[in-house]
Structures are given as structure tokens and as C-alpha cells.
Design a protein around this ligand. Structure first.
Ligand code: ADP
Ligand code: MG
Length: 237
């Protein structure tokens, strides 16, 4: 793939993508929708419980395949690749951040980040250097050797963000990233995401929280499986 193609292509390109769980009874959790998310965008997806957020996240994150439509990730038709290649695409191109941080309890911050590079053919020393650099980027250069239990909730989430970033994904996909944090810590994690966006990272944050949704450059709403994009007032004027 050439550099120009990479820049021109959206990271996420949905054409009439939908998902119906077979049941019985069948549940259409995502109604067929079109969605394009370009490189470097910061998009939030907001909707109440049961609206289809996890379904959307699972499709975007290649954890689940849609039952309708076409999903291109970086221009690659994800419906046309084998299960093994989907797993490879997922680990190379998508960094996941979850509400509960999913860190290994008996490993240091640095080891947690290094482990995310285990399947890349990198020498141990290169892995260590990269883990350190990305932990510095998220503001944890002074806590490299701390265990998760020695870190605050906000620091744990920073480690999880560092782990997601270390393989240089096309997309950082965050599911309620501040759901387990108090409001001050949540603000600092959102500030970090905004900084990453300013550095050029493509970010999708899925949330039920209107305040978190307001942090994005674009907000997509999901309700009863129907995606709609609120056009901001600036655009209307
Ligand atoms: P949210 O994450 O916004 O709470 P979900 O995507 O989890 O919403 O669920 C959307 C709808 O799909 C809900 O009505 C839910 O009950 C239904 N659903 C989710 N997973 C399944 C499944 N595996 N089988 C059948 N229905 C499901
Ligand atoms: Mg959910």
C-alpha cells in the first residue's frame, strides 16, 4: 500500500453495516449504517444502555463480524479475510482500552506494556526501550517499575493506554475509558486522549456519558441500534 493511499483512505469505512443476532428471537442490535472515520479524527459514540454500543465496538474492533454490509479497515475488506488474518489485523491495527484496565497484577507497568509486543519480532531490549518511551508519553516515566496495585486508577488506565499504543495501531478504540475513575482523574485521562489526538492518533471512544461524548471532535449517537450523526451548530451556520 502506498503512502498516499493510506492517507486518503478512512481508517473505518462502513457501507450498510448491520448486525442481527440470530436468536430466537432475532435481535437487530445494529441497523445497517454507513460510517467513515478518517485518519486523525477523534470520534465519540454515545448511547444509553442496550442501544448497541458494545455491538458496534465488537464490529469495529474485529471481535465480531457484521451480518450485513462491508467494513473496510484501512482499506482492507475485513469480511474477505480469514479468521487468523482478522486476528492479526486486530492485533496490528487496533489498540483497545477498556473500563476495567485488564492489567496483569504481578507485572510492572513496563512489563505490562512490553508483553503487548510479545508477538512482534523485536529484541527484548527494543521492546523495553519502546515500552519506556510510550510510558513516558502517557506521563508515567517515573513509575515504570510499579505494580498495578501500587498505582492509582488513573495511572492504571494510563498504563493500559500505553499498552494499547505501543504497537502503533491505526486506531485507539476505547470502551468507557473513564467509567471506573473519579471525575478529576477522568478529566486527566480525557486530556491525555486529547493530546494523543493532537499528535495524530485516530481515536474512537464509546460511552454512555454525555460529558465524555462532548470531548470528541465528532459525536455519533446510537439509539435502538440506529446510528445518527449530530451535525454541530458550527457546520449549520
Ligand atoms: P450496549 O452496549 O449499548 O448496552 P449492546 O450492544 O450490548 O448494547 O446490545 C444491543 C442489543 O442487542 C440489546 O438489545 C441486547 O440485549 C442485544 N444483544 C446483545 N448481545 C446479544 C447476543 N449475543 N444475542 C442476542 N442479543 C444480544
Ligand atoms: Mg455495552
Amino acid at each position: 500500500m502506498t503512502w498516499t493511499q493510506q492517507v486518503a483512505e478512512p481508517v473505518i469505512h462502513f457501507s450498510a453495516v448491520g448486525l442481527t443476532y440470530p436468536g430466537p428471537p432475532a435481535v437487530t442490535a445494529l441497523r445497517p449504517c454507513d460510517l467513515r472515520i478518517g485518519r486523525g479524527e477523534f470520534v465519540t459514540v454515545v448511547g444509553p444502555s442496550g442501544s448497541g454500543k458494545s455491538t458496534l465496538l465488537n464490529i469495529v474492533g474485529l471481535l465480531d463480524a457484521p451480518t450485513r454490509g462491508t467494513y473496510l479497515l484501512d482499506g482492507i475488506d475485513t469480511g474477505a479475510v480469514s479468521e487468523a488474518n482478522r486476528a492479526a489485523l486486530r492485533s496490528e491495527r487496533i489498540g483497545f482500552v477498556f473500563q476495567s484496565f485488564h492489567l496483569l497484577a504481578h507485572r510492572s507497568a513496563q512489563e505490562n506494556v512490553e508483553l503487548a509486543m510479545l508477538y512482534q519480532r523485536l529484541a527484548r531490549r527494543r521492546r523495553r526501550v519502546r515500552a519506556e518511551a510510550v510510558l513516558r508519553r502517557v506521563g508515567l516515566g517515573h513509575r515504570l517499575h510499579a505494580l498495578p496495585t501500587q498505582l492509582s486508577g488513573g495511572e492504571r488506565q494510563r498504563v493500559a493506554i500505553a499498552r494499547a499504543l505501543v504497537s502503533e495501531p491505526s486506531l485507539l478504540l476505547c470502551d468507557e475509558p473513564t467509567g471506573n475513575l473519579d471525575s478529576r482523574t477522568a478529566t486527566s485521562v480525557l486530556d491525555l486522549l486529547r493530546g494523543l489526538h493532537q499528535d495524530g492518533m485516530t481515536i474512537v471512544v464509546i460511552t454512555h456519558d454525555a460529558h465524555v461524548a462532548g470531548q470528541g471532535q465528532r459525536t455519533v449517537t446510537i439509539q435502538d441500534g440506529l446510528l445518527t450523526e449530530r451535525v454541530s451548530e458550527q457546520v449549520i451556520k
